[in-house]
Design a protein around this ligand. Sequence first.
Ligand code: HEM
Ligand SMILES: *[C@@H]1O[C@H](CO)[C@@H](O)[C@H](O)[C@H]1NC(C)=O
Ligand SMILES: *[C@@H]1O[C@H](CO)[C@@H](O)[C@H](O)[C@H]1NC(C)=O
Length: 357
Amino acid sequence: MAFKTIFALVSLALVASAVPSKKAVCSNGRTASNAVCCKWFDVLDDIQENLFDGGECGEEVHESLRLTFHDAIGFSKTNPHAGGGADGSIMAFSDIETNFHANLGTDDIVDVQRPFAIKHGVSFGDFIQFAGAVGVSNCAGGPRLQFLAGRSNHTFPAQDLTVPEPTDSVTKILQRMGDAGLSPNEVVALLASHSVAAQDHVDPSIHGSPFDSTPSSFDPQVYAEVLLKGVAFPGNGSQVGEVLSPLPGELRLQSDAAIARDPRTACEWQSFVNNHAAMVAKFEAAMAKMSILGHNAHDLVDCSEVIPVPSKAKSNTAVLPAGKTLTDIEASCRTARFPKIPTTPGPETSIAPVPPS
Ligand code: HEM
Ligand SMILES: *[C@@H]1O[C@H](CO)[C@@H](O)[C@H](O)[C@H]1NC(C)=O
Ligand SMILES: *[C@@H]1O[C@H](CO)[C@@H](O)[C@H](O)[C@H]1NC(C)=O
């Protein structure tokens, strides 16, 4: 055989082995680029129906998104005993971790999620990040988060005090997040999660009081509303970790208020007020990082194709709630003007709580 022919055959074989294996066929005619992703379609079907009430952006979605953070942030670049990051330890050792003060209320969603993870034979770490990614895709204008599968199920409990508290100073929050590998700008981006969020435990007398007026929509409202002048407490007076809020029924966290106004974070915060696209893109990037804390992306398989494509946002910009004007905004960025955003016409309205489901 001529040398040329041998060379041609060898290079053909090399090319063939470099071509990814044929698409795997999964349930209901869906395909995946890697066969290990197939089972996630079945998890998807199950949780959309039986965890998220048929694909809603409700309480379980909010709680599931919060849980991605409380599991993952149990990690430190400097202290190997702090925790294994996004490893499912908050579920495996819920008797320890959900008793940490900052994790108040996470026991509910951990207990609801655990049987799904066990039923599908997936690791707790994978399940928590998957449920958060699927859940937030149900929110109008939501992100389409990356999902990498393959986190080990073998974990150890995270130490207390890895999760920031609303009473922490901005310096303390940025230090803790930085110690886990997340920059101040990434913290601001991650707080887009508070656009689809409510509280039960800061003021338990007003269950489900949201942080902005559109808690089922992943939009920049939260970045605008947290900058409005605070005028009253929505529930049973002043609570620990709470500051004056701008609207009846809405609760403002002390930490959100401080991060929105701090010179280190105010300009990034304000930049999202009229830029939903940037808010989503930067949230996706920061979540991609946070969701694999403690892991190496090269050890995981990209199953992002399983995450649903969210509906489009109604608008790229926040609006001033009815009854407010630009003079109510406590603009805190020194290098850029607060954007001119439209005002909702009519009288001020009260913000409805997120219903329990
Ligand atoms: C940086 C510091 C942060 C602080 C101090 C903080 C604090 C809080 C507090 C106190 C609550 C209310 C919990 C309750 O009373 O039920 C809450 C809710 C929530 N947080 Fe954060 N958070 C922070 C960052 C994050 C991050 C990074 C994420 C996710 C990426 C996140 C997602 C959520 C969600 C989705 C909720 C709503 C839960 C629900 O509606 O049930 N938070 N946060
Ligand atoms: C992961 O560990 C828990 C115990 O912490 C166990 O119940 C579960 O079945 C394990 N899952 C897998 C996939 O090994
Ligand atoms: C209101 O707060 C007070 C003290 O802060 C507390 O004693 C009382 O139980 C609270 N009421 C409700 C309904 O939560």
